[in-house]
Design a protein around this ligand. Structure first.
Ligand code: NAI
Length: 510
């Protein structure tokens, strides 16, 4: 086992830029026991930040999370530095000033004149290249990205970003230090959006795209991703909270940094929203209205329909297999048939898990697609897709079946990949690609997505449940139907599909 390289608690940590993030990070370092130095270029701002911090520690005392003695000791460890020379004894400097490359570069050039050569230097940038920020340094090896999430005292995730010049020792010291502060660090390479802001893009982009394709309205897409996908919030309500301008800026920045890769293409609908000033909660209106008395649009939900008395399950349902015992428990007779991957309804219709194709393509067959759920046993809503040719009787049987399992049922437009399946397939695609490009490990990506954006499961957990063949088929079908490159499965997904198949054969032959 390697030695822990965390910076000792009695060594000073300096925070430069004491706005939202700087204050949060300073609080974390202070509560962890370090002497903390605050500096800000705005006159009086560091002092204000110190006072605000003391106030926040006071509230922790009121809540019983800290003793008054601990608070007093912490406040005594907090110092305001009027200029950078006051940070000379720091063992770690974390920068959280405005998001502007020239400002950050100039600051670090000045800092390097003041601090010791072994002082670790870190930027909290969320969109600039760590390598670029370190570009002008005399000793760029000691420079890392420490990307905290807002609010820093509450959110455990910290992305530890290695730039091109970052020494392994510097990254390890930074990692061990934030871990000692009670955070959950993950390691990543210096690429656009790091882990979370890169891999989370499809969660917003696919929802916007589905809205643009008139598959469903925002309230429906939000409801399906929450109640079926298991996500804490839907993308429309979440971006209203984040700010449409802020969310779009991240999307544009990642897209531009990837040289307009179609996987990251921004949304026209979101552009219009930003242009019209409908930025979300902060302006009283975004996808939803927030003025007093404003009500959320009602999510279209199917009226009660009679449950079929029997179904035939053809082949294995894969991730949807838990539906079978649920159907039996609902008193519906289940017959099994060897071939296929669907549930046959008594009237002859087929219920099929979203696979990236559209219903209209099944000329003459009665197909109803159902969307992916994070967990079919706990999902409270299921989305169905039909084509105009689907008979009302078939739809009624499908609706009645899911209602008999205690689910609300929503019918959306006939779009390939539906809502959850399409979103999850794209999350897996970006995650696999990131691993294969050395951005981060699969475990760190899963951790980052669970902690950074509250996903019910990391992309690799999803992939393990679905299997890469399913993911690859979904993406391949989507790619055929939208041939822009956006949905083309990355090579890593296809490779894992082959590996999975080989492993299966190997098992069968034993
Ligand atoms: P903020 O606007 O709340 O605070 C920035 C502070 O930096 C201000 O107090 C300003 O006076 C000070 N400042 C500006 N130039 C300075 C200089 N040359 N030297 C010293 N102080 C200077 O900004 P916020 O939101 O705290 O963001 C700071 C950094 O953290 C940015 O790089 C941002 O991208 C990043 N970040 C922000 C997150 C957020 O949710 N707000 C999340 C993660 C990272």
């Amino acid at each position: 086992m390697t030695d822990n390289m965390a910076i000792a608690r009695d060594r000073a940590v300096a925070v430069v830029g004491t706005g939202t993030m700087g204050q949060g990070i300073a609080q974390v370092a202070l509560v962890a026991g370090h002497p903390v130095r605050l500096h800000d270029a705005g006159p009086g701002r560091a002092r204000q930040a110190a006072d605000a911090l003391a106030g926040r520690l006071g509230r922790l005392v009121e809540k019983g999370r800290m003793t008054p003695e601990e608070r007093d000791a912490a406040v005594a460890r907090l110092q305001v530095a009027d200029d950078l020379s006051g940070l000379a004894d720091a063992a770690l400097v974390i920068e959280a000033v405005v998001e502007a490359l020239p400002v950050k570069r100039e600051l670090f050039a000045e800092l390097e004149k003041t601090v010791a050569d072994d002082c670790l230097l870190a930027t909290n940038t969320s969109s600039l290249s760590v390598t670029a920020v370190a570009g002008g340094l005399r000793l760029p090896g000691r420079f890392v990205g420490l990307h905290f999430f807002n609010p820093a005292p509450l959110l455990p995730l910290v992305e530890v970003v290695s730039g091109f010049a970052t020494d392994e020792t510097a990254a390890t010291r930074a990692y061990d230090t934030v871990a000692a502060w009670g955070k959950t660090p993950v390691r990543c390479a210096d690429t656009p959006g790091f882990i979370v802001n890169r891999i989370a893009r499809p969660f917003y982009a696919e929802a916007l795209r589905l809205y643009e394709e008139r598959a469903a309205d925002p309230a429906t897409i939000d409801a399906v991703l929450r109640e079926s996908g298991g996500f804490r919030m839907g993308p429309f309500e979440l971006t209203d909270l984040i700010g449409q301008d802020v969310n779009e800026a991240v999307t544009r920045s990642v897209w531009e940094s990837f040289h307009h890769d179609p996987k990251f293409t921004p949304s026209l609908a979101q552009r219009r929203l930003v242009e019209s000033g409908r930025l979300g909660r902060k302006t009283g209106r975004g996808w939803y209205a927030y003025d007093e008395g404003a009500q959320r649009p009602v999510v279209p939900t199917e009226a009660p329909a009679p449950a079929p008395d029997k179904v035939t399950v053809h082949g294995g349902l894969g991730h949807a297999e838990p539906l079978v015992p649920m159907i039996e428990a609902a008193g519906i007779k289940v017959r099994r048939h060897r071939r296929g991957h669907h549930i046959a309804l008594p009237g002859g219709g087929h219920l099929t898990l979203a696979d990236g194709e559209a219903v209209f393509e099944y000329d003459g067959e009665e197909i109803v697609y159902f969307d992916l759920a994070h967990d079919y046993t706990t999902a409270t809503r299921i989305a169905l897709a039909t084509a105009p040719t689907t008979s009302p009787e078939t739809l009624q049987e499908a609706v009645g079946l899911f209602q008999a399992l205690g689910k609300e049922v929503t019918v959306i437009g006939d779009v390939p990949g539906m809502i959850v399946a399409r979103t999850v397939a794209m999350l897996v695609d970006l995650a696999v690609d990131a691993v294969d490009r050395g951005v981060a490990s699969a475990d760190d990506i899963d951790t980052a997505m669970r902690l950074g954006v509250n996903y019910p499961a990391g992309p690799f957990e999803w992939a393990a449940r679905l299997g890469y063949e399913t993911v690859s088929d979904l993406l391949g079908s989507l790619h055929t139907r939208y041939p822009t490159g956006r949905y083309a499965p990355c090579l890593g997904v296809v490779r894992r599909e082959y590996e999975e198949r080989a492993a299966m054969k190997d098992q069968e032959s034993r």
